[in-house]
Write a protein that binds this ligand. Structure first.
Ligand SMILES: Cc1cc2nc3c(=O)[nH]c(=O)nc-3n(C[C@H](O)[C@H](O)[C@H](O)COP(=O)(O)OP(=O)(O)OC[C@H]3O[C@@H](n4cnc5c(N)ncnc54)[C@H](O)[C@@H]3O)c2cc1C
Length: 405
């Protein structure tokens, strides 16, 4: 889209906006770099042209599911079980690439792959992994992850109220789950519930469409991540076979924490991708938009905004470069994952608001491709554990004192 009224730009070509200032992608082996490039091309050609419309309409682009499936990235990072595998760095950079175009689409991908599939991969038995992961990798079954409840968000560790009661070879689940991404339309939910007999939190694979007593209501009127369909699930005496209880983990809340450690780290990649998208679109605008007869990108104060945005992006990328090494070595701690999420999401709030500011009035219009990042960053700041929760995890690790309650 052109915003110029009179083209007085110098004839030489201007630099192409590039948010990979420290050549991060160069650290990938060639075959993995090719995957990242393929994802970028997909996002730019298939998703970008239609995503604003879906965002405004609060709806999910089901028309993209066949091509997303062809991309072959569902279950990325998981070895075997029909999944594509890939290093933690590739998994992270892929999420970053998706979010660089659209954060909602990245969340859809992350809920299915990171939260639902990894719950089974990390906490399921061999038999459960063989049964559930291949159809999920083929996108024949799409998953969601139900931990948060209407009355229990940050306090899920000690406070989950959804109950599971064993009855012979089945379990009876009762309760509600809130905010569950993909829940309104997907096939299966990983539901975390408290066993009334031993008081421990256990995970269950619940088949949404065939389980009597399972219902979902869409959460309406969101101002962020509008493409993701979040649902409020009600479980009314849902009978789940014992073979659908995740039995390969500890059978306690620690199983949930194991999944969240990875996905919180993943939120760092996602929100860094969002900053990159906001920055590149703001820079393009600064190169085109004329005021006082000159491109606004030639003004010092506008350049400062762009330099600050890029500085935040580079800082987040550098943090991720080291934390992903720790993750690859199997050494990433909860506190190390938490500081990534806290730092990157708080920097992102600055970055996207500077981008919005740079566009002036057009910064609040979705069509200019910065407003969407501006709004979506708010949701990432709060989900998968709020900024405060991440900070308290770090605080406890470094001081030795828990300040949660
Ligand atoms: C778009 C979106 C998608 C989501 N997707 C999913 C999903 O797929 N699956 C799922 O299970 N959940 C999902 N969530 C839920 C998300 O993880 C929760 O919103 C989050 O954990 C916070 O819980 P809450 O909203 O109930 O806030 P609350 O826990 O009520 O917190 C409200 C405020 O109080 C602060 N606070 C709470 N306790 C303390 C304390 N001890 N000290 C200091 N401050 C405190 C919080 O930081 C926050 O600022 C999603 C949420 C959103 C917005």
């Amino acid at each position: 889209m052109t915003t110029a009224t009179k083209d007085i730009r110098p004839p030489k070509p201007l630099p192409v906006p590039n948010s990979d200032f420290y050549e991060f992608a160069e650290t990938l082996p060639a075959e993995e770099l090719a995957v990242v490039r393929k994802v970028r091309a997909y996002m730019e050609t298939k998703v970008q042209p239609i995503i604003n419309k879906y965002w405004v309409e609060d709806s999910f682009p089901f028309e993209l599911l066949p091509s997303y499936k062809e991309l072959g990235i569902a279950g990325m990072g998981i070895k075997g079980y029909g999944c594509p595998g890939g290093s933690p760095l590739l998994v992270g950079l892929t999420a970053m690439e998706i979010a660089r175009t659209d954060v909602s689409f990245c969340t859809f991908h992350g809920v299915h792959t990171g939260l639902a599939m990894y719950s089974i991969y990390l906490n399921g038995t061999e038999e459960q992994k063989q049964k559930w992961l291949p159809p999920m990798a083929r996108m024949e079954k799409v998953g969601c992850f139900g931990l948060t409840e209407p009355l229990v968000g940050s306090g899920t560790g000690g406070g989950l109220t959804t109950t599971a009661k064993r009855d012979g070879d089945t379990w009876v689940l009762n309760g509600q789950k809130r905010w569950i991404g993909n829940a309104t339309w997907c096939d299966l939910s990983i539901i975390w519930a408290r066993d009334v007999d031993d008081n421990q939190v256990k995970g269950f694979i619940v088949e949404n469409k065939t389980t009597p007593g399972f219902s979902v209501e869409k959460i309406e009127n969101k101002i962020a991540l509008k493409v993701v369909q979040n649902g409020q699930i009600t479980l009314d005496n849902c009978r789940i076979p014992d073979e659908n209880r995740l039995q390969g983990g500890k059978g306690t809340f620690a199983d949930t924490r194991l999944v969240l450690r990875g996905t919180r780290h993943g939120s760092g990649w996602e929100i860094t991708g969002a900053q990159m998208g906001a920055y590149e679109n703001a820079l393009k605008y600064a190169q085109e938009r004329l005021q006082f007869g000159k491109p606004i990108g030639s003004f010092q104060l506008v350049q400062e905004l762009l330099a600050k945005m890029l500085g935040n992006i580079v800082a987040c990328q550098c943090m991720l470069a080291r934390s992903v090494q720790l993750e690859t070595e199997g050494k990433l701690t909860d506190a190390q994952a938490a500081i990534v999420k806290a730092f990157c999401t708080s920097k992102a709030r600055e970055t996207v608001s500077w981008g919005r500011e740079l566009l002036g009035g057009n910064g609040i219009v979705v069509d200019y491709n910065v407003a969407r990042f501006f709004a979506d960053a708010e949701a990432i700041y709060s989900y998968e554990g709020t900024y405060q929760m991440q900070t308290l995890i770090v605080g406890k690790a470094i001081t030795g004192f828990s300040a949660f309650v």
